[in-house]
Design a binder for this molecule. Sequence first.
Ligand SMILES: Nc1ncnc2c1ncn2[C@@H]1O[C@H](COP(=O)(O)OP(=O)(O)O)[C@@H](O)[C@H]1O
Ligand SMILES: [Mg+2]
Length: 355
Amino acid sequence: MIGGKKKCIGLIFGGNSNEHEVSISSAKTVFQAFNSEINQERFTVHAFYINKYGNWLDSDSSEKILISEIENNKTKNQEIFNQEKINFLEGIEFQNVDVWFPLLHGFNGEDGSIHGLLRFTKKPLVGCGIVGSALGMDKILMKTIFSNLEIPQVNYLAFQNEDLNNKQVQKKLINEILKKLNFPVFVKPSNSGSSLGISKVNKKSEILQALEKAREIDPRILVEEGLEVREIECGIIGNSQLSTSEIGEVKYKSDWYDFNSKYYSNNEITIPAEIDTKTTKEVKEIAIQSCRALNIFGFARVDFFLEKSSNKILLNEINTIPGFTKNSMFPMLWKASGLNIEQLVAKLVDISLDL
Ligand SMILES: Nc1ncnc2c1ncn2[C@@H]1O[C@H](COP(=O)(O)OP(=O)(O)O)[C@@H](O)[C@H]1O
Ligand SMILES: [Mg+2]
């Protein structure tokens, strides 16, 4: 190969998160892409699976999950490394790794925790750093920054660490929602993903249950005014220069884009989205501006709402470790922009090395 020895990619997946299974699906796609004929010349992959309990498995067992030789849920008792030891990284054979590719969706990973840990290995990683990851994961903080920049978004309220068992508190929160937002509202855990923990609420009597559901995941809760929207998404890659992909639109049959419609339905994906040139330009500009504001680089998927009645663009969220499953928009957006999955994963490594 040109330019020296093969790069070893440390692919980290699974994780102690409610998006564990999604991460395994994403990692399978990325693993295959690195092992494709074209990439085999440049890369080898060292797999690192973290089970649902947060324990790391050795590379051989991890790889078996990626090639479906062992099922992830059979790994329950295989605690390989004891994280209670401060120096548990010593037990992980990462010396060969040249570049980390953390594909952990959700908390205990995408929130910056894996980025912090990997910093101690002094090796580059695909994706952004601790701050961008933490901000991209926390919907309340993300929205606060977007508000400061006056980036258009839906009306929302944020509740933090409220005692939902207290009747007075319940009443206060419900009244605040009724006073400030119109139904329907979306109640969300501040830190989650894949629509997990989110409820669409149509009337007062459903609010408390929705707050409780969100609180099971995070004591920080976001309540948003629900609008009739089209959902459009834009990919970002790069470092000092961020490039945008084509813009895609997803249409689903369900009422909103919930977990089932994300992973178990045949959604209609249109790339490029049927939106006018001005909207396309604005979406791309906001995508870059918002990533910059949160110090997000490497790769990300920026999700927007387009209000049906007004055609108004509203920023929804940024995903700092976007999905790579068979149904995931991020690889599709880049394919439509001229980078197939094999080229995309190679490009992401080059970006992390600033090549
Ligand atoms: N304010 C809103 N108005 C209309 N639909 C919404 C709103 N908020 C969320 N949704 C629906 O819920 C989905 C998931 O919400 P989102 O905030 O993107 O959470 P996640 O991080 O889990 O993807 C959205 O893709 C959309 O279908
Ligand atoms: Mg989303």
